[in-house]
Design a protein around this ligand. Structure first.
Ligand SMILES: C[S@@+](CC[C@H](N)C(=O)[O-])C[C@H]1O[C@@H](n2cnc3c(N)ncnc32)[C@H](O)[C@@H]1O
Length: 209
């Protein structure tokens, strides 16, 4: 296996194949972002399935970005896909998207210690996210409104950390997406919901330091 970035295992691939139905049915997407893109598989699949979308791929890891660039070239979507080095949204100032999709690191320290040996080949940066796995998801919830268009939508995979997230923010109307195999810890939120609950999200994120 290639140790530079993660092998794609995200259920988000199923969403892309189904055209994000019914979630995006009434919406017009021009620009989309794959945040924490790794090998680029999610963003490249979005570009391949939607010939009129412009897609940015962002990651903080130079090795991941190098692999993403190779895959962009291999899939021949380079005319509509930009690969950007960014610590979450830090390198995306002024950019707004109709759709932000992210499969950020969400494995807890405890889960990481218990993972089978195959995972030890993958960079730890790509997997762990604090005691409850929510370090990245909370930062994304705080920062996403600034990078979404008014009708924009945020989709984030948090896996097993779903319960911890609902416990931290019970008032947020997370839409937990149903996949063929059931619920997989992937939520969808409208920008409007993020704005309505911005104070609560900020308070929870701030408490974690
Ligand atoms: C779970 S992997 C997801 C990879 C890919 N999206 C997928 O579904 O296969 C998490 C990715 O987040 C990246 N990452 C970690 N910290 C980051 C940060 N602060 N900003 C942006 N990306 C980050 C890692 O380099 C890794 O590629």
């Amino acid at each position: 296996s290639d140790a530079r970035a993660l092998v794609p295992r995200s259920p988000i691939a199923e969403l892309i194949q189904g055209g994000f139905s019914p979630w995006l049915d009434e919406r017009h997407v021009e620009r989309a972002l794959d945040l924490c893109t790794g090998s680029g598989c999610i963003g490249i699949a979005m570009a391949a399935h939607n010939p009129d979308w412009q897609v940015d791929l962002a990651d903080v890891s130079d090795e991941a970005l190098a692999l993403a660039r190779e895959n962009v070239e291999f899939q021949d979507v380079g005319d509509r896909v930009e690969v950007i080095r960014s610590d979450l949204f830090a390198g995306l100032a002024g950019r707004r998207y109709d759709l932000i999709v992210s499969n950020p690191p969400y494995v807890t320290e405890q889960e990481f210690a218990a993972l089978p040996a195959e995972y030890s080949h993958e960079p730890k940066l790509g997997l762990t996210a604090g005691a409850d796995g929510l370090d990245f998801a909370l930062r994304i919830l705080v920062q996403a409104p600034e990078h979404l268009t008014d009708d924009g939508v945020l989709i984030v995979e948090v896996g097993e950390s779903e319960r911890a997230l609902v416990a931290l923010l019970p008032q947020i109307p997370f839409n937990w997406i149903e996949f063929a195999v059931g619920q997989m810890g992937v939520f969808l939120l409208d920008r409007a919901d993020l704005v309505t609950h911005a104070a609560a999200i900020r308070a929870v994120a701030a408490r974690r330091g």
